[in-house]
Design a binder for this molecule. Structure first.
Ligand code: MLT
Length: 241
């Protein structure tokens, strides 16, 4: 059975994967879902981290768990970190699931907005994010109250650091053609943050990649449509030799 590493979205933590850690236990072992540095009340990096630093921290967790290679599934920011893992530690990557994410880097304007958001969060706390939240879920999603609490559980410094780290990430499009491990691209059909077109670019760029569109799900598709999401992950895990 392959080991599975689950990488979380912004501005959440490892607990967004609580269900998958339980339900996929018969398909992968061990399953590890680390919080990125500073999230989930872990120690805050003393200096501004990059997504490469997050990827290195994931490898540290794999080392501690004696996991040599693992299937890596990353959702949104977790997908950006999965690309960094591929660039920096590809020998540790047995397979990739790139969920509700994109390969493209930020435009200068988008990067500037992330810096501005970080400043706002440092000044007003994570509550500022909840005033006009990005469309993480479909309108009226029953998952919203729990997601809001998960966001409130993060420290403003960790969230601000992650926003700046995402602004500095490189374009991963040139890496797509280098990916030669079993890859699944998974996206909620109503993902408004990294819509289907972003996933199609990833799937078209990676030889043999499959594309699964999850019905009745927005951006955080593992939470909004867990059964269909788990099915897509199981199909992907079965492809790993
Ligand atoms: C995420 O869900 O991790 C973020 O929305 C990604 C992003 O802002 O690009």
């Amino acid at each position: 059975m392959p080991a599975l590493v689950l990488l979380h979205a912004f501005p959440l933590d490892r607990s967004m994967w609580d269900r998958q850690v339980r339900t996929l236990a018969d398909a992968a072992s061990p399953i590890v879902a680390p919080s990125f540095p500073g999230f989930g009340r872990s120690e805050l990096p003393s200096r501004q981290p990059s997504l490469d630093d997050y990827a290195d921290a994931v490898v540290g967790v794999m080392d501690a768990a004696r996991i040599d290679t693992a299937a890596i599934a990353g959702l949104s920011m977790g997908g950006y970190v999965a690309f960094a893992l591929w660039r920096r530690h590809r020998k540790r990557v047995a397979a990739l699931a790139l969920c509700d994410t994109k390969a493209e880097g930020d435009t200068p304007e988008a990067a500037q907005n992330r810096h501005r958001l970080a400043d706002t969060i440092r000044e007003h706390g994570v509550e500022a994010l909840l005033k006009a939240p990005p469309k993480w879920l479909r309108d009226g999603s029953p998952a919203w109250p729990a997601l809001k609490e998960l966001i409130r559980a993060q420290t403003k410094d960790a969230v601000a650091q992650a926003s700046v780290a995402m602004a500095g990430r490189p374009d991963s499009t040139p890496d797509l053609a280098t990916i030669d491990v079993p890859t699944a691209v998974i996206v909620g059909e109503a993902d408004a943050i990294t819509p289907l077109a972003n996933s199609k670019t990833i799937a078209d760029g990676i030889k043999g990649a499959t594309l699964a569109v999850i019905p009745d799900a927005g951006h955080i598709s593992n939470i909004e449509a867990p059964e269909a999401f788990d099915r897509a992950i199981r199909d992907w895990l079965r492809r790993i030799r």
